[in-house]
Design a protein around this ligand. Structure first.
Ligand code: AP5
Length: 214
């Protein structure tokens, strides 16, 4: 099963990709995570991407298409994958179609997570994650069961993303409406689009998605 999760920054794509990956045994491919790893590693891609990510802009289509093209050839993607944060522009969507066609793969669904704009800023500025295993949390909506201790790995170290501040979030939203929102119409016209109410709580969104995936 090959899926795309579509939605604005903070909609809950990463949160839901994590649960879909666990339930269906398919790989989560987050271009945001891959780019942050490249920044951390100081690779050529990372050096180019750092300032763009921190300002809330979009990294070049060529760079992210190259990353995804290599990644979906890895053996762990054979059973399927969830694209989280890719494609983000119409040229990326067209490149993905060509890529999948050339590898004999198909797209099973595009799930749009719909969330009101005002909620996005609150979700992003309250987000943090475990510095050791990457498990995601929120100050208000998803706190660890035991304060200060990661539910998954027991670590007590947490971190916040450099681009999770109010000013950058607004730039990210601007990039979303300019470049990514047209993909909703694109996939609707291709009869691939399913939408869920992302304003519901995390478990409810999970139920809506699982009902679509069967
Ligand atoms: P990326 O990492 O993809 O960031 P994003 O799209 O801005 O998405 P987020 O990770 O911020 O949000 P999310 O939807 O995953 O929400 P989450 O589940 O964490 O990209 C970062 C940057 O990399 C981009 O700005 C760009 O520069 C670059 N980039 C990446 N891909 C690119 C591409 N293809 N092309 C070009 N550039 C690219 O949830 C948010 C918070 O809300 C969490 O704390 C969570 O606990 C909470 N939450 C989740 N669901 C709910 C709910 N239902 N109710 C209440 N709280 C909830």
């Amino acid at each position: 099963m090959n899926l795309i999760l579509l939605g604005p920054p903070g909609a809950g794509k990463g949160t839901q990709a994590e649960q879909i990956s666990a339930k269906y045994g398919i790989v989560q491919l987050s271009t945001g995570e891959m780019l942050r790893a490249a920044v951390k590693a100081g690779s050529e891609v990372g050096l180019k991407a750092k300032a763009i990510i921190e300002s809330g802009g979009l990294v070049s289509d060529e760079t992210v298409v190259g990353i995804i093209s290599e990644r979906i050839d890895q053996p762990d993607c054979a059973k399927g994958f969830i694209l989280d944060g890719f494609p983000r522009t119409l040229p990326q969507a067209a490149a993905l179609e060509t890529l999948l066609g050339s590898k004999g793969k198909t797209l099973d669904a595009v799930i749009e997570i719909k969330v009101d704009d005002e909620a996005l800023v609150e979700r992003i500025t309250g987000r943090f994650s475990c510095a050791k295993c990457g498990a995601g949390y929120h100050d208000k909506y998803k706190t660890p069961s035991k304060e200060g201790v990661c539910d998954k790995c027991g670590s007590t170290e947490f971190s916040r993303r450099a681009d999770d501040n109010e000013e950058t979030v607004r730039n990210r939203l601007m990039a979303y409406y300019r470049e990514t929102a047209p993909l909703i119409g694109y996939y609707f016209a291709k009869d691939r689009l399913k939408s869920v109410d992302g304003m519901a709580d995390i478990d409810d969104v999970k139920r809506q998605i699982n009902a679509i995936l069967g």
